[in-house]
Design a protein around this ligand. Structure first.
Ligand code: GAF
Length: 364
């Protein structure tokens, strides 16, 4: 891979990073004003950057092929419908918020696999904003940075994602989960259970056309809100389930997933605080079933991986993580057994699905 000096003929001035994330539980709840529980993973995006004296941006990414330098002028950002839009979106939104930028050269590398449900895009926008913050002394706190990250995707890229991923990239760390109320943006850090290994297994199926399906789910939630006369699905609780069941298909099931998933996040946080893995594990399986049957964002390969995990006596719980339509499964395994069990599940899964899975966590 080309280094910064080879690409730009000088040394970088700053280096910044942001992690990918795995969401433990609380899926498709953030844009409904609900709760989420992500944690950072070791895989991350790294940005080396040097300011320029003009208004040109030159940026190289090793995460895509062919890797080549792309350029544009600040103030002339035009969507190109590829990874450059995350960079252009950052400079466009920062400028619109009055943050003074000059041109820059940047080199991006990432170990977060694209389309894996582990938030490669937020780790890119957040690491880039961190690099710009130190290069240009921008007055940006970590929360504002996450909010700008969401706006980049909503307003420039055209994906109507929620706040979870940039919040996790900006504020989560590896030892704790970020218990976030996506409506108030209040958060608490909850230690990961001591008796378990966190496992993340990539299914080898990269999510395709996910933005379209994602936006459809979001629209369905909005339709459910209109019919139920609430602003957000967060305004409902399990006592509203009889009313929710009267909605037309599939809005009834979409709303049921969101309302029951919020309850599962609260129950999971309690179980984690009590270090009660026997209570926590079944919440993972219940969340998966709800995403598969009610929210319909799983795929057969991911369902197979979850069932293989269920057959392992050392796995407490497993579920699809992230937006869905491919991606990764998150599991909790008895402490000290995670990597070995993940490898066994991966092997059985590869034989039965023909896909190429990868154990991402625990990292070896
Ligand atoms: C994607 C989105 F970016 C998040 O905001 C969230 O909605 C998630 O899917 C599903 O929980 O990662």
């Amino acid at each position: 891979m080309k280094d910064f000096v080879t690409l730009f003929g000088r040394a970088p001035a700053v280096l910044a990073r942001a992690p990918g994330r795995v969401n433990l539980i609380g899926e498709h709840t953030d844009y409904n004003g609900g709760y989420v529980l992500p944690t950072a993973i070791p895989q991350h995006t790294e940005v080396e950057l040097a300011p320029r004296s003009d208004s040109k941006v030159s940026v190289w990414s090793g995460a895509v092929t062919p890797a080549r330098v792309r350029t544009y002028e600040l103030g002339a950002e035009i969507p190109t419908r590829d990874w450059l839009d995350y960079v252009q979106g950052v400079t466009r939104i920062l400028a619109s918020e009055g943050h003074p930028l000059k041109g820059f050269d940047a080199r991006i590398v990432s170990s977060v696999p694209l389309g894996s449900g582990l938030s490669s895009s937020a780790s890119l926008t957040v690491s880039l904003m961190r690099a710009l913050r130190s290069a240009f002394a921008l007055q940006l706190d970590d929360l504002t940075l996450a909010q700008i990250g969401q706006r980049v995707e909503n307003e420039f890229v055209g994906a109507r994602v929620g706040i979870m991923d940039p919040m996790a990239a900006s504020l989560a760390d590896e030892g704790t989960a970020l218990f976030l109320d996506a409506r108030s943006l209040q958060y608490q850090r909850v230690p990961l259970p001591k008796g378990a290994d966190l496992v993340v297994l990539h299914s080898g199926v990269v999510h395709r056309h996910a933005a379209g399906d994602y936006n459809t789910r979001r629209r369905e939630c909005e339709q459910a809100c209109t019919l139920l006369g609430v602003r957000q699905l967060r305004d409902l609780s399990s006592s509203d389930l009889p009313r929710i069941s009267q909605l037309p298909e599939p809005l009834n099931r979409r709303a049921r997933h969101v309302v029951t998933e919020d309850d599962r996040v609260l129950a999971a946080v309690e179980a984690m605080r009590a270090d009660d893995l026997v209570r926590l594990g079944p919440l993972f399986y219940a969340s998966h079933a709800s995403m598969r049957d009610d929210y319909e964002v799983s795929i057969p390969e991911i369902d197979l991986m979850v069932e293989l995990a269920r057959a392992e006596p050392t796995i407490y719980g497993a579920r699809l993580t992230g937006g869905g339509f491919g991606g990764s499964v998150v599991m909790l395994a008895h402490a000290g057994t995670g990597y070995r069990t993940a490898e066994r599940i991966a092997q059985l899964y590869a034989e039965r699905s023909g896909c190429s899975p990868r154990v991402l966590v625990p990292a070896q």
